[in-house]
Design a protein around this ligand. Structure first.
Ligand code: PEP
Ligand code: MG
Length: 551
């Protein structure tokens, strides 16, 4: 690849995932790049032989690959452009480079990935330091070859491309640019320190977007083809308030957009929720729970337990889960905490489960369906939660329940699991999330079986209108104001009232401007939103109920 001249002041319009503005250098995230290269010693001759064999094989494969690319480029684009790839093939087969790598493996007895990284890396650095443009361009070629070989050597993980950096900082103090962010990627990044996120794809209620919002990171999505323009370390200005970004903005643009005084969300706010209403927090991490505590949330209305599994990318033992849940309950010091059981599937995949790839993951093995199909996971989680429930009151919520038959199945298996380990359920309330149209149609029957309910409007809207919640192309039709939704909300609120069952809403719409007061009017008085929005929501409710002074 030839270094392109940086593009200056280019504006791209997308959709806002989170408001706010920030400026920083781009850090490109690729779903198929090596992340970091481990260095280790080879203890046996056999291991050395095996490393060399792998290396020779990969060099051959990469050479063929480059030939093939060159042929295609020559045919479809032009001979001059194809030369780039032939040059790369020559560099890859340079005897001096190949021998240096072989010697690292045979004499130093280092693993081949490390040797490739070191040898190509040193040439890359050397060429980058030349004054002549021709040589600097070769440095980029060498970097490309290095990554091609490393990818082929099998350490193919998602990660940052990090051109020009020795150490990967996982997005720290950078603007992350990616095709799409998944929940799994986000929790593994240095999220607390990320300055902003820009993606080519992804809708406003995708789980990655929810996390970005909970962390208060300005984010814009839906800029298709962006990665064709942006290079590592380009300056990017995100303006999440106007759904736009600028690539390499000049000083005037930067000054006009960034130096605007930022208003702290809810800096002026009431500290208590108006009487008769409750504002809970949605949380995925201990950080969220601490934030919820800081803004005096009335409790945790939705603890997304799946994020613990996604973050560690493995099954979490009963003990580990117990400690995590226990800490949350401790932090909330007697305020209600609602743990939603593992809600896997859709855009919250668990790669360590090695499940069959589904064509329609949002219509597949999700929510409670997944739990019923994985009784070991369900059992471990229930036991961990029941241990927490021995000392304190907790709420356990089943995700995406589809009908009363499934609800009964879930409660039966839960009882069976907990009685098999003599766990008392005295302190535990069981509830369900209403997220599918079918559950709303059977609300009366389902509510009879449970202690409380919560509306998951993110999924509800997706299933009600056949709108993929993660797809930016249809996001403008994702409309929480649609009268059909409000008919459903009013009906279920009436039914819950009739049965005297607490009903909350924990989808993203509960935190949108003007929606909280509408929800109260519809009979839904318990709102659960991302902690950052709690002061804002409280202020709106206070206005709605005529409270004008602080409590
Ligand atoms: C929802 O669907 O509204 C919800 C709160 O659950 P999640 O966003 O985690 O799917
Ligand atoms: Mg949901």
């Amino acid at each position: 690849m030839i270094l392109k001249d940086p593009i200056v002041n280019k504006r791209f319009k997308g959709i806002s995932i989170n408001s706010g503005r920030s400026v920083g250098l781009a850090c490109i995230y690729s779903p198929e790049r090596y992340r970091s290269v481990a260095k280790y010693s080879l203890s046996t001759d056999k291991a050395v032989e095996e490393e060399l064999r792998r290396f020779e094989e990969v060099v051959e494969i990469c050479s063929h690959e480059l030939n093939r690319i060159a042929r295609n480029v020559a045919k479809n684009i032009g001979k001059a452009e194809a030369e780039i790839f032939l040059t790369q093939k020559h560099i890859l087969n340079d005897p001096q480079i190949l021998n240096a790598i072989r010697e690292n493996v045979t004499k130093e007895r280092k693993n081949v990935q490390w040797a490739v990284h070191e040898v190509f890396g040193s040439y890359e650095e050397k060429f980058a330091g030349f004054d002549e443009q021709y040589f600097r361009e070769r440095s980029t070629d060498i970097g490309e070859i290095k990554r091609r070989v490393l990818n082929r050597l099998g350490d193919k993980k998602s990660g940052f491309i990090c051109i020009g950096h020795k150490e990967c900082t996982n997005g720290k103090n950078k603007i992350i640019v990616a095709e799409e962010l998944t929940a799994g990627m986000l929790v593994n990044m240095n999220m607390e320190k990320v300055l902003g996120i820009v993606t080519e794809r992804g809708g406003i209620t995708s789980h990655a977007a929810i996390i970005a919002r909970s962390l208060g990171i300005p984010a814009v999505s839906g800029i298709s083809g962006l990665l064709d323009y942006v290079q590592c370390n380009d300056k990017i200005l995100i303006n999440g308030d106007d759904s736009e970004i600028y690539l390499n903005p000049d000083e005037d643009i930067e000054n006009s957009l960034i130096r605007v005084e930022q208003v702290e969300t809810g800096a002026l706010c009431i500290l208590n929720t108006p009487k008769g209403m409750q504002v809970f927090a949605n949380a995925s991490t201990l950080g969220d729970v601490q934030h919820a505590k800081k803004v005096k949330a009335d409790g945790i209305g939705l603890l997304r337990t799946e994020m613990l599994f996604i973050k560690h990318n493995r099954i979490i033992s009963e003990d580990e889960q117990y400690h995590f849940y226990h800490e949350i309950v401790n932090l909330m010091a007697g305020k209600p905490v609602t743990f939603r059981l593992l809600d896997a599937g859709g855009d919250k995949q668990l790669p360590f489960m090695k499940l069959k790839q589904e064509d329609n993951p949002f219509l597949g093995w999700r929510g409670s369906r997944f739990l019923l199909g994985n009784p070991d996971i369900l059992s471990t989680q229930l036991k961990a939660l029941a241990r927490v429930g021995q000392h304190t009151k907790i709420k356990i919520m089943f995700p995406m329940v589809v009908d009363s038959f499934q609800m009964k199945q879930l409660l039966d298996i839960t009882k069976e699991i907990l009685s098999s380990c003599n766990s008392s359920v005295e302190n535990i309330e069981f509830g369900a999330m209403f997220e599918t149209p079918s559950s709303f149609l059977q609300a009366s029957e389902i509510l009879k079986l449970i202690d409380f309910a919560s509306i998951g409007s993110n999924d509800l809207i997706q299933y009600l209108f056949a709108i993929d919640r993660g797809n930016e192309l249809v996001n403008n039709e994702y409309d929480p104001e649609h009268p059909v939704i409000w008919d459903l909300l009013r009906n279920i609120a009436l039914e819950a009232k009739k049965q005297n069952k607490p009903l909350s809403i924990c989808g993203e719409m509960a935190g949108r401007e003007n929606i909280p007061s509408k929800l109260i009017s519809a009979g839904i008085t318990i709102l659960s939103v991302t902690p950052r929005l709690i002061p804002k929501v409280r202020n709106e409710l206070a206005k709605h109920s005529g409270i004008i002074t602080l409590d």
